[in-house]
Design a protein around this ligand. Structure first.
Ligand code: UD1
Length: 372
């Protein structure tokens, strides 16, 4: 089964995009023609920037603003424009299958795929199914789960736990020492890696910079990698510099592999793809879920890690600089604890996720061919 056209809506946020890219690259290797569907957001441009091998189109749609929002008019207009763009895309590309990674960008391609009676496969990354997964799951051939704890009301034969694909760049490892040296860090110091998902997290940035003054006594033992997102970059950089910390501060980075390899501890949100990467690198973590995520799905993602004892979980509204300092000192000062947390995380990693998804896509395509 080769040479099939596979439409992959996966835009809107890094947590959908990077797994979509990983599967698209594998499908290309297998002789298929994947086409990614992205949103017009800056994060999509950033993520696809170095991927000249991949074909993509964007749709001018935005997320659902809620019935009483002032943005409902512009939402409807964009939905209409998006529908026209997506119809052209179907006419030109003629997909044999739609593999959707969720989020608002997936809705129109799935709707048109359903209308054209082509097979649909959904991938749900989170512990709680999102709106698009709930809406389209009963029409899909398969619903692939990033986390086996995800409860979704469809026939058991349709749902398959595949885990979340890790993008290729992150499968290329360096030793901790080599990674530290490559970014000018000292391998003998502890590295704290802080980021808030693909778009940064102001809540985490604020908490960390409020904690820094309490840590100055340990300044000579620590080094920081902090990916701030666009809004807080200048302020965060200034505070690290003013307090004299060794820190690498960036708004967004494509060097995640080297940063994970250098890290002794991660402080982050609890997006599903971030969690997969923490597992792949076997790292202990402190998770501070995004408090406004739909259906609180980040809290549910993080609870799986907390329950397994792979991570500490704090609600953003309840965590103080003192508590953060206390917890990170506990992890950094107790190498047994850090190692145990990292090992548990590593055991939760599903390394064959990309292959498994490609296998299911091909199975679905061959079933379709046979039924014609
Ligand atoms: C607010 C919200 O609803 N966020 C959702 C979104 O998060 P988000 O897009 O933040 O997704 P994740 O946290 O899961 O993944 C972030 C991705 O961005 C990458 N990265 C990050 C920073 C950087 O500078 N460079 C970089 O490459 C990370 O390596 C990772 O691959 O999608 C996830 C997957 O459905 C969900 O679980 C999250 O809840």
């Amino acid at each position: 089964m080769k040479g099939c056209n596979i439409l992959i809506p996966c835009g809107g946020t890094g947590g959908h995009l990077f797994p979509g890219i990983a599967v698209a690259e594998k499908l290309m290797e297998r002789g298929h023609k994947p086409l990614l569907v992205l949103s017009e957001k800056q994060v999509d441009r950033e993520a696809i920037k170095n991927k000249n091998n991949l074909d993509w189109r964007s749709l001018p749609v935005v997320g659902w603003p809620g019935f009483f929002s002032k943005d409902i008019f512009s939402f409807s207009l964009k939905l209409f424009q998006g529908y026209k763009t997506c119809r052209c895309l179907f006419l030109n590309f003629k997909p044999d299958l739609v593999l959707a990674f969720g989020g608002f960008i997936s809705a129109l391609p799935l709707f048109l795929g359903l209308k054209k009676k082509i097979p649909l496969i959904l991938h749900e990354a989170n512990a709680t199914a999102g709106l698009v997964t709930k809406l389209f799951s009963r029409f899909a051939q398969y619903v692939l789960l990033g986390m086996k704890e995800c409860e979704i009301d469809i026939s058991p034969g349709k749902k398959i736990f595949t885990g979340i694909p890790l993008r290729r760049e992150l499968t290329i490892r360096k030793s901790r020492e080599e990674a530290c040296r490559s970014i000018g860090f000292d391998p003998l110091l502890k590295t704290i890696f802080i980021f808030g998902g693909s778009q940064g997290a102001q809540g985490i940035n604020r908490l960390v910079v409020e904690t820094l003054p309490y840590m100055v006594k340990r300044k000579d033992q620590l080094q920081f990698i902090h990916l701030t997102g666009p809004k807080d970059y200048d302020e965060c950089l200034r505070i690290y510099n003013d307090l004299g910390y060794k820190a690498l501060v960036e708004s967004f980075s494509h060097r995640m592999a080297v940063y994970y390899s250098s890290a002794d501890l991660v402080i982050s949100r609890a997006g599903a793809t971030t969690l997969t990467e923490i597992c792949a690198y076997g790292l202990p973590s402190i998770l501070i879920p995004y408090p406004y995520a739909a259906n609180d799905h980040q809290v549910k993602n993080a609870q799986i890690f907390q329950k397994a004892k792979a991570a500490f979980l704090f609600e953003e509204s309840k965590v103080s600089p003192e508590l953060l300092l206390d917890t990170l000192s506990q992890i950094l000062d107790d190498s047994q604890l850090a190692k145990k947390m990292g090992t548990i995380a590593q055991q939760m990693f599903k390394a064959d996720s990309t292959d498994k998804i490609v296998e299911i896509v091909e199975r679905c395509l061959s079933q379709r061919t046979k039924s014609f």
